[in-house]
Design a protein around this ligand. Structure first.
Ligand code: KG4
Ligand code: ZN
Length: 342
């Protein structure tokens, strides 16, 4: 039997993504970002994102079909992000997917965006060894997950109690006068800095916190510490050493994320860590987690950076796994759930 040809549509935030996979093989991954429209606001404006999806979705579908060299009528199923995300943005992708499903008479699969981030590495490196611990780090979420089955066996071990890791990058970038999104620019600025220059706090690592929040994260205290440090320098009439602040902030984030992830994997006795979400594109996180996982004999699976940030291929990948697992498709009543849990 040939593997199913699955179309994936992603529109939960500011990226309009259309991906096409055959089984676990990536055929196309078109992403149109509206980030330039949000830069002057310092963050994503939901109404602007929804309108941008509306104009980007049809061209993205056409480009993906051309890249994959298929006719959209040939797809076996359509997968779409059902949540979590911005309500108005999700609705554009879901309405488009429903229209295609009804017109082409092909099954529709509603997909959890967070599962997409965890699953996407199978397109790069094949079947995901189970059980695994997944570190999901994006602009809206930061969670540690125990994964026994990608479509039906994910439980949360812990999550952020305040800001998501990506949100911390975006807020610290703003403090430093750098543009949105902050992750890529801080990653780049940090390359020229000294990560030991300033000792910023590691949230929820003190002994009393570890009892209640062993696998939880907190980044808002770190953000405040950076803001205070920068403010004091300015009050003292001194230059802000941008690269050193960026590198020291990044080290604090990556130190906590990697330490807790490796602890969780060791404690649960799993031999694989999966890394996913926009912050998984971070160069320091990728190397530090690789080093610390290797030191205890755990394999790290991390997708290429282009598959870490929001895209349609990750949604198609989960749709394809749902078909492989024999799961029933969603009905045409599928609705958007902006707060969908993992
Ligand atoms: O997963 P994603 O594309 O969208 C959400 O689902 O949130 O993640 C976006 C987040 C943003 O906060 C962005 O600053 C961050 O991922 N990000 C990075 C890097 N690239 C993107 N953070 C750190 N280093 C990067 N290289
Ligand atoms: Zn995402």
């Amino acid at each position: 039997m040939t593997e199913p040809l699955v179309l994936g549509i992603e529109s939960s935030c500011d990226e309009t993504g259309v991906g096409i996979v055959r089984g676990r093989t990536l055929l196309a991954n078109e992403v149109a970002s509206s980030v330039d429209l949000h830069v002057r606001f310092g963050g994503v404006v939901p109404e602007v994102a929804s309108r941008a999806h509306l104009s980007a979705i049809v061209p993205a579908l056409e480009r993906a079909a051309a890249t994959a060299d298929i006719d959209l009528a040939d797809v076996d199923a359509i997968a779409v992000t059902a949540g979590p995300g911005l309500m108005g943005a999700l609705v554009v992708g879901i309405a488009s997917a429903k229209a295609l499903s009804a017109y082409l008479n092909k099954p529709l699969y509603g997909v959890n965006h967070l599962v997409g981030h965890v699953a996407v590495d199978l397109l790069d490196h094949g079947e995901l060894p189970m059980p695994a611990v997944a570190l999901l780090v994006s602009g809206g979420h930061t969670s540690l997950l125990h994964v026994t089955d990608i479509t039906s066996g994910i439980t949360e071990l812990g999550s952020t109690i305040d800001d998501a890791a990506g949100e911390a990058y975006d807020k610290v970038a703003r403090i430093l006068g750098l543009p949105y999104p902050g992750g890529p620019v801080i990653d780049k600025a940090a390359a020229a800095g000294d990560p030991t220059a300033i000792r910023f706090p590691r949230g929820l690592t003190a002994r009393h916190d570890m009892e209640r929040h062993r696998f939880d994260f907190s980044f808002s205290g770190l953000k405040t510490a950076v803001a205070r440090w920068v403010e004091q320098r300015r009050l003292d009439g001194l230059d802000v050493p941008l690269a050193d602040v960026a590198a020291s902030f990044q080290e604090a984030v990556c130190d906590v994320l990697t330490a807790k992830t490796v602890d969780a994997a060791t404690e649960l006795g799993v031999s694989t860590i999966l890394l996913g979400g926009g912050v998984a594109a971070n160069s320091r996180l990728r190397t530090l987690l690789e080093e610390r996982a290797a030191a205890v004999g755990i394999e790290l699976r991390r997708p290429r950076p282009a598959l870490c940030t929001d895209n349609g291929a990750m949604i198609a990948a989960v749709g394809s796994e749902a078909i492989r697992a024999g799961l029933a498709p969603s009905s045409l009543d599928l609705s958007a759930d902006s707060g969908l849990p993992v």
